[in-house]
Design a protein around this ligand. Structure first.
Ligand SMILES: [Zn+2]
Length: 138
């Protein structure tokens, strides 16, 4: 039963039938903020598993130019509160920075997709799948 494939994707560029789901998110930790990505195949039931995970390397050339001035102003304006609090950067994930991508596993072409529920809930339905029904909403 698990081998049943209810939908079919055929890449019009390379002919591949597999799709890769990628999730990219940021971990906010002050100057040490990081970006991570994880990815894995989209399964027949429109669910997916992330099989790989790695840190996204930032472009180091852009660092250090912007930060200095911003932090200086904060420190001067806030003499009433405890300044040491600004030195502690708690790690937290930023939901706003979460991004999902669906790509062809063969040629890495980006495929548009929709969610089966609002707010990125439910399953992933790439538009080029055979069972994608545009505008189906409840
Ligand atoms: Zn392709």
């Amino acid at each position: 039963m698990n081998d049943y494939q209810p939908w079919e994707f055929t890449c019009k560029t390379c002919g591949d039938h597999s799709l890769t789901v990628t999730h990219i998110w940021a971990i906010l930790a002050g100057p040490d903020s990081e970006s991570w990505q994880e990815w894995g195949p989209l399964d027949a039931d429109h669910l997916w598993q992330f099989e790989f995970k790695e840190k996204v390397e930032q472009d180091k050339d852009d660092k250090g130019k912007v930060e200095r001035g911003d932090f200086g102003e904060f420190a001067e304006d806030d003499s009433a509160s405890k300044p040491e609090e600004f030195e502690i950067f708690e790690q937290e994930s930023d939901p706003e920075s979460d991004e999902f991508y669906v790509n062809c596993a063969g040629c890495d072409r980006e495929i548009e997709f929709g969610w089966s529920q609002p707010d990125r809930g439910g399953r992933i339905f790439p538009v080029e799948c055979s069972d994608f029904i545009p505008g189906e909403r409840k």
